[in-house]
Write a protein that binds this ligand. Structure first.
Ligand SMILES: [Zn+2]
Length: 358
């Protein structure tokens, strides 16, 4: 999430110990690009004053040639078929699996897109949407969504209709990247006539149910690689200066400033806090440059930013941000935190409905 939103100006930290900057170069082959690792658990800030991404010309947006250079450096690092589709296949005997679209990425192949939904869909039940892998590199979003289906979704039979889209951006899942092959961020592209086919396909899937959803929870991570790779890449792509941001150590939520639902957000935080730690605010009372509204909660204008959690009119909507690089969180905890967030969101919404009906 923490990449490329508008944010307050943050003073550029000074370089003090450049030799300590060893993290996640992601095959960039840089001359003067310096990968970094920053979190607010390491208060000694280390930074080059002239961090320059190795593609493009500083101050100028990428040309098509620059984008092609970037694309040529992206390699397949893991398998969507082996890690994701195999898990989806094992759910077919219990739930309905729908291939809702395909992405044709030429020499990189064809990527079928799948949604899983509850059987015995009933028009009188509220609907829940869970999306993961909008950012393909955010692994617990994908596997947390699948884990919810496998272990928890049956508990909601007869209470909600649920639709889970576990891996919206499979090309990026394989490359452990944020963008699609056109160097477009799907999670800034949930708009009419979207240029990102990943976003457009999901919007087409959801459109008929847009007003039927009670809950939409979109599963993400904020990672160290946001600062070491993705935000520098974004700044370079757009010809803008790169501004350092502290990565928060812990889980947080990004709600919709147009529909804040603070009690809902707090209920989700409380559910996740049983699994993993919640991110504290930084010294400015902020998380990634945005003032903390409540413990672990910030708000964005989701629709204005073209974010996935804006694609329905669900009254209860939010974006999870798991921090997988924490020394205090395992991969299993990250998946479990996503599942806890989903269950906490559904449970709160159903309880509110019950109160309203009483
Ligand atoms: Zn994300």
């Amino acid at each position: 999430m923490a990449v490329g939103k508008s944010r307050q100006e943050i003073p550029r930290p000074l370089s003090t110990e450049p030799n300590l900057l060893g993290h996640c170069l992601l095959a960039m082959g840089s001359r003067n690009y310096v990968p970094t690792r920053f979190t607010n658990r390491t208060p000694t800030i280390i930074m080059t004053t002239q961090a320059h991404y190795p593609i493009g010309t500083p101050g100028q947006p990428w040309s098509d040639t620059d984008k092609a250079t970037w694309l040529s450096l992206q390699t397949r690092k893991r398998s969507y078929a082996e890690e994701v589709l195999s898990k989806i296949d094992r759910l077919r005997d219990r739930f309905d699996v729908i291939e809702y679209d395909r992405l044709d990425y030429a020499s990189d192949g064809m990527y079928p897109l799948f949604a899983i939904r509850s059987r015995d869909w009933r028009d009188d039940l509220p609907c829940v949407l869970v999306t993961g892998g909008v950012h393909g590199y955010e692994t617990s979003g994908v596997h947390g969504a699948l884990q919810f289906v496998d272990r928890q979704a049956a508990d909601y039979a007869g209470r909600v209709n649920w639709l889970v889209v576990p891996c919206v951006s499979p090309w990026a899942y394989e490359r452990i990247h944020r963008w699609n092959p056109d160097a477009i961020d799907p999670n800034r592209s949930f708009r009419e006539n979207s240029r990102a086919p990943e976003s457009a396909a999901l919007m087409r899937l959801v459109a008929p149910l847009r007003d039927r959803f009670l809950v939409h929870i979109d599963l993400h991570e904020t990672t160290d690689s946001d600062e070491s790779e993705f935000r520098p890449a974004l700044a370079a792509r757009d010809g803008k200066p790169y501004e350092f941001e502290v990565i928060p150590d812990g889980f947080y939520l990004c709600g919709d400033s147009e529909a804040p639902q603070p009690e809902f957000q707090q209920a989700v935080i409380a559910a996740v806090a049983k699994i993993t730690h919640i991110a504290p605010a930084d010294a400015k009372g902020q998380i990634i440059g945005t003032p903390l509204a409540a413990p672990g909660v910030i708000y964005y204008a989701l629709r204005e930013l073209g974010l996935c959690a804006s694609i329905t009119n669900a009254p209860y909507r939010t974006t999870t941000e798991v921090y997988p690089d924490s020394p205090r969180a395992t991969a299993e905890q990250c998946n479990a935190a996503q599942v806890a967030a989903v269950c906490g969101a559904i449970d709160f919404a159903l309880a509110q409905q019950a109160v309203a009906a009483a």
